[in-house]
Design a protein around this ligand. Structure first.
Ligand code: NAP
Ligand code: MG
Length: 402
């Protein structure tokens, strides 16, 4: 059978450790035998980043800007320990941070569901996707401890020297203060990325803040989001989806009774908390995908987990591993389906969907890696190796093809 032709390139970004070991298996056994696909390859393995003084990361991000679709393997964000382990010139910055700032994008995390893995929350039947704003608030805050009585003020000095000041508090005793900020441009890009994602996936978009209490800061977010959603009103109607603004506590409560299929857009801090809570509620890190979407509609797909370092050391020792490749496989299928959508090639989209069905069918027939076994009902007798699971998916795909 001839391979399906993919018209335009996907940017392939390789990574580190166990994630890299799985990467080549997925590519060689689940993708290349079936697709004739132009891949523009960037090796973001830590050694290559070090050799190129991290230039390769910038090149990879620019390639996604050019081609519109990328797929990325998990990469090491080096700390001092990694600098020593790999003999690096320095602790290079997080590649995800670099790519995100070049694309000005927002990260959406979406769980992969299988019928025999029940979420911790009974009503959750479909994915709940979190869109977390990734700029400002406490993450770029300034803080001060107050030790003696005195006044703290907020002072703004414009370029002409004119000042505006607001009292924060008259301290009679010890205490603490913090100032945070955000930027219209960043909030607007965030809103646009969320809207692109919701329209693309045809899911309702919820945005939540606490504007009843924070009548300027949080209301500023609410208004910008509202304006951007209003601009795309016709697109929302055509896609049959809705935009809702809710108070964050109300949204959190409603989410516990919701069946899913919704994008919940939240502030930086809320996203920090809720993304981990939702991920844990749906099951394993090995089943969480992530996509970076830019305000002008460029996409980078990846697994939400890291390089799975502990498993990699087992692998290097020659011990058997059972690392879950599902999120990495779905990173590939996400990129393939998006490429097909942007190129208008139905057969490419259909292939991506077919791989996803093969993965879910394996899990639902009790074929899975070790991390999933305790979550599964009925509980399978044994588990697959890293390679064994990918081979099981490959043989199911081969059988479907015949
Ligand atoms: P990790 O790779 O997310 O793994 C942490 C633990 O979670 C694993 O030891 C394993 O638990 C479990 N786990 C995660 N993914 C799994 C999978 N696919 N299958 C089975 N179990 C899985 O985090 P880490 O090992 O602490 O971090 C390693 C490196 O990843 C770090 O250098 C960090 O910088 C990098 N990182 C990269 C990204 C990214 O590129 N997007 C994201 C996060 C972290 P058990 O050990 O209990 O089996
Ligand atoms: Mg967190």
């Amino acid at each position: 059978m001839p391979r399906i032709k993919v018209r335009t390139p996907i940017v392939e970004i390789d990574g580190d450790e166990m994630a890299r070991v799985m990467w080549v298996m997925i590519k060689d056994r689940l993708v290349l035998p079936f697709l004739d696909i132009p891949l523009e390859y960037y090796d973001l393995g830590i050694r290559r980043r070090d050799e190129t003084d991290d230039r390769v990361t910038v090149d990879a991000a620019n390639a996604i800007r050019r081609h519109g679709v990328g797929v990325k393997c998990a990469t090491i964000t080096p700390d001092e320990e990694r600098v020593a382990e790999y003999g690096l010139k320095c602790a290079w910055p997080s590649p995800n941070g670099t790519i995100r700032s070049i694309l000005d994008g927002t990260v959406f995390r979406k769980p992969i569901l299988a019928g025999n893995i029940k979420p911790a929350v009974r009503s959750w039947k479909k994915p709940i996707i979190i869109g977390r704003h990734a700029y400002g608030d406490i993450y770029q805050g300034v803080e001060m401890e107050v030790d003696l009585p005195g006044r703290v003020e907020l002072v703004y000095t414009d370029r002409t020297g004119r000042q505006e000041r607001l009292p924060v508090h008259d301290f009679e005793d010890r205490g603490v203060v913090m100032a945070i900020h955000n930027l219209e441009k960043s909030i607007r890009s965030f809103a646009r990325s969320c809207i692109n994602y919701a329209l693309g996936e045809r899911v309702d978009l919820w945005f939540s803040m606490k504007d009843t209490i924070s009548k300027k800061y949080h209301a500023y977010f609410r208004d910008i989001f509202g304006q951007e959603a209003a601009r795309r009103k016709a697109d929302f109607e055509a896609a049959g989806i809705a935009y809702r603004y809710l108070l964050v506590d109300d949204a959190a409560a409603q989410m516990m009774k919701h069946e899913g299929n919704v994008l919940w857009a939240v502030s930086n801090y809320d996203g920090d908390i809720f993304s981990d809570m939702i991920a844990a509620g749906f099951g394993s890190l090995g089943m969480m995908t992530s996509v970076l979407v830019s305000p002008d509609g460029k996409y980078e797909f990846e697994a939400a987990h890291g390089t799975v370092r502990r498993h990699y050391y087992d692998y290097l020792d020659g011990s058997p591993t059972s690392t879950n490749s599902v999120a990495s496989i779905f990173a590939w299928t996400g990129a393939i389906k998006k490429r097909g959508e942007l190129d208008g090639t139905e057969e490419v989209i259909a292939f991506g969907e077919k791989v996803e069905r093969a993965v879910i069918a394996c899990i639902e027939s009790g074929i899975a890696t070790k991390d999933l076994i305790p979550l599964m009902a009925p509980r399978p007798e044994g588990f697959c190796s890293t390679e064994g699971f990918i081979d099981a998916v490959a043989s199911r795909l081969g059988a479907q093809r015949a």
